[in-house]
Write a protein that binds this ligand. Structure first.
Ligand code: HEC
Length: 137
C-alpha cells in the first residue's frame, strides 16, 4: 500500500507531510469500507450485540476464533473449523465463503476485488477494539 502514498501526496499536495497523508488515507479506506459493509454485509451482520443480527455480530472479528460468538447458532462446519479470522482468512471468505468452507450457512458472497476487500478489512479493523480471542473466553 505504501506506493500509493506518494501518488496521493502529489494529488493533494502533502508531499512534505507524509504522516498526515497516511492518516488521511486510512480514514478514507475506513469510510469506504463502512459504506461497502453497509451495502454487502450489514443486512445480515450487526457490529455489536445491541443490534439484531441474522449472522454473528462482527465486532472484534479480526483475530477472533471462528464460530465463537457467544450464543450464536453456527453451522457445524463453521463451529468445527478451528480457524482464526486473520485478514487472509477474511479475504478468502469474502471471495468465496462456501468454497472456502463447505457447509457454512452464510449465503455466497463473491467479493473478488482486492481493493474492495482492503476497504472492508480496514473497516473491520476499525471495529476491532480488542483481541477478538477474548470473545471466546
Ligand atoms: C445473506 C446474509 C449474509 C450476508 C450478506 C453476509 N453474511 Fe457473513 N454470515 C452470515 C451467516 C448466516 C453466518 C454464519 C455462518 C455459519 O454458521 O456457517 C455468517 C458468518 C460470517 C463470519 C464468521 C464469523 C464468526 O463468528 O465466525 C464472517 C467473518 C462473516 N460472516 C463476514 C461477512 C462479511 C465481511 C460480509 C460482507 C462482505 C458478510 N459476512 C455477508 C450471513 C451473511
Amino acid at each position: 500500500m505504501k506506493h500509493i502514498i506518494p501518488a496521493l501526496c502529489l494529488a493533494i499536495g502533502c508531499a512534505t507531510q507524509p504522516a498526515i497523508a497516511e492518516t488521511a488515507f486510512e480514514k478514507i479506506k475506513v469510510d469506504a469500507g463502512a459504506q461497502l459493509f453497509a451495502a454487502e454485509c450489514r443486512r445480515c451482520h450487526a457490529t455489536d450485540a445491541d443490534h439484531e443480527s441474522y449472522g454473528p455480530p462482527l465486532e472484534n472479528v479480526i483475530g477472533r476464533a471462528a464460530g465463537s460468538y457467544p450464543d450464536y447458532e453456527y453451522s457445524i462446519a463453521l463451529e468445527a473449523s478451528g480457524i482464526v479470522w486473520t485478514p487472509a482468512a477474511l479475504r478468502a471468505w469474502m471471495e468465496d465463503n462456501d468454497g472456502f468452507m463447505p457447509g457454512t450457512k452464510m449465503r455466497h458472497v463473491g467479493i473478488e476485488d482486492r481493493t474492495v476487500q482492503d476497504f472492508i478489512l480496514a473497516y473491520l479493523d476499525s471495529i476491532t477494539t480488542r483481541d477478538g480471542a477474548a470473545i471466546s473466553e
